[in-house]
Write a protein that binds this ligand. Sequence first.
Ligand SMILES: [Fe+2]
Length: 332
Amino acid sequence: MKRRDFISASAAASLGLMGNASASQTKQDHLKDYRGTFSTNDNQVAVYTRAQVKPTRIFHITDTHLSRDDERGEAYQEFSARMAAAYTSNAHFQSGESYSAEESFELTLETVQKEKADFIALTGDIFSFPSEAAVEWARQKLDATGIPFAYVAGNHDWHYEGMTGSSHELRDTWTTKRLMPMYQGNHPLYAAYDLNGIRFVCIDNSTYEILPEQLEFFRTQSDQALPLLLLMHIPIYMPGRSMGHGCGHPDWGEERDRNYRVERREKWRKGGHAKTTMDFCCEVFETPNLLAVLAGHTHRQSLDIKNGIPQVVSQYNAGGYYADIHIEALDT
Ligand SMILES: [Fe+2]
């Protein structure tokens, strides 16, 4: 797959190339039939869709927790030290051998190339803190594969522990100052990428919250006559799941925040999620053209299904894990 075949949907939209498929009648007529079957086995996922797509193989990579740093990060060590010492040795999910986060990432990208994947979906905590050296290194490694990718941030990618500022302020600051190479010219908080008739929609929910402009963007995407994959860091809460497994958990909020001290950040919002966040979490699973949600954050592999829409949460890539996802048109 050559890069020129890969179109940033955001760019296409700004050029007026995407057409107007937003009439609700179109949505009803064409979008309801997009989902076909879903199967999974170990780290393999197969999604068959009724939409006309080219067979597409996606490597879903999340939570690598890269912590490479250099002299540019020295002034920030009081904010990065704890996470810099984490994930230095991780048992590989298949072999059990010990690998550093960097080794795991390189090994995964070697597999991506060997297997001739079409797309890399990165769903956050690829970095343990916003290190320039780590971002440069990862971008270089990704570019060397020649395979298109999309990236959305996790709660660690932009977080310097103990730094003054709200989570939203720190995210705005460090996505702009450090993570921009990962967004390839797209908006850090919401973006869409098209490949082979599939739209990859990125929504940054790494503060556990959804902003009104993100909900608006998602609604626009859900009105398109294209099958979607939604990429986010934090999975959407399902009944019975824990607090960590849950953007949209009904009990989320200041009283239930256990990690604010160790992560040295502001406490979660008092009074629970904003209505926008709850609306988004409901609407995702009512989106007729959504094939699946891809997320990370928990570091554990899991699958939830709501209204026929699967939410695939992948294990952490610090241990070499990737989900090998095949999207194919159903033979109807
Ligand atoms: Fe993580």
